[in-house]
Design a binder for this molecule. Structure first.
Ligand code: AMP
Length: 213
């Protein structure tokens, strides 16, 4: 398996970019946040365990997350190109991937965006509960206020996108991210590629396609 990790704060655009790359470049994309939200919606036990942590913007315990991703990756063929988005978030999670030769991380792309831009992106985000499409009240408004362009269902604000929870999520990110970056840069100076992600999404997409060729 050829694994690329997208590292970046919540709201840095790594999920949007990963979804587009999956569609256009044949990557298999795993977003642990999406996996947990799906588990909650489908009333699976792992969703019930994770929900309280997620609602307050805290990290779900490592053992739950490691089991979730290991199970998901166990179905992926060894020849696949994989993008991980939202995992690992701790050094323990990074170790768990690297401990297995099949899931060892090949490279890390670090999406850099200033706090003010992250806060504006996250608190203005609105998502469709039914189909998962994502909008922004200012930067990407739906055609009809509060209604999904794709499936016509009402749009909601994710509970963890409220202003106070966003603040906490960013603090949690900063606390873990320094350690994660040190871990990966310690494995080789070319392991981590930092990118300015505070640019137009289409321009960023082109840069990523070149980088991941
Ligand atoms: P995301 O959609 O990636 O922002 O994730 C939403 C929430 O899911 C996070 O705030 C955490 O509560 C939880 N979560 C997702 N991935 C992880 C992970 N790798 N480790 C711990 N918690 C996670």
């Amino acid at each position: 398996m050829n694994i690329t990790v997208f590292l970046g704060a919540p709201g840095s655009g790594k999920g949007t970019q990963a979804k587009r790359l999956a569609d256009s470049q044949g990557f298999q994309h795993f977003s642990t946040g999406d996996m947990l939200r799906a588990a909650i919606q489908q009333e699976k036990p792992v969703g019930a365990k994770a929900k309280a942590f997620m609602d307050k913007g805290a990290l779900v315990p490592d053992e739950i997350m490691i089991e979730l991703i290991e199970e998901a990756l166990s179905h992926v063929p060894a020849t696949a190109k994989v993008l991980l988005d939202g995992f690992p978030r701790t050094v323990a999670q990074a170790h768990a991937l690297d401990a297995n030769e099949k899931t060892r991380v090949a490279r890390v792309i670090y999406f850099k965006v200033e706090d003010q831009a992250l806060i504006a992106r996250l608190t203005g985000r609105r998502v469709c509960k039914k189909c998962g499409a994502s909008f922004h009240v200012q930067f990407m408004p739906p055609k009809k206020d509060g209604i999904c362009d794709t499936c016509g269902s009402p749009l909601i604000q994710r509970p963890d996108d409220s202003a106070d929870v966003v603040q906490h999520r960013l603090e949690v990110f900063k606390k873990q991210n320094g350690d994660l970056l040190s871990y990966y840069t310690g494995l080789g100076k070319d392991k981590v590629t930092p990118l300015n992600a505070d640019i137009d999404a289409n321009v960023l997409q082109k840069e990523l396609v070149q980088l991941l060729k």
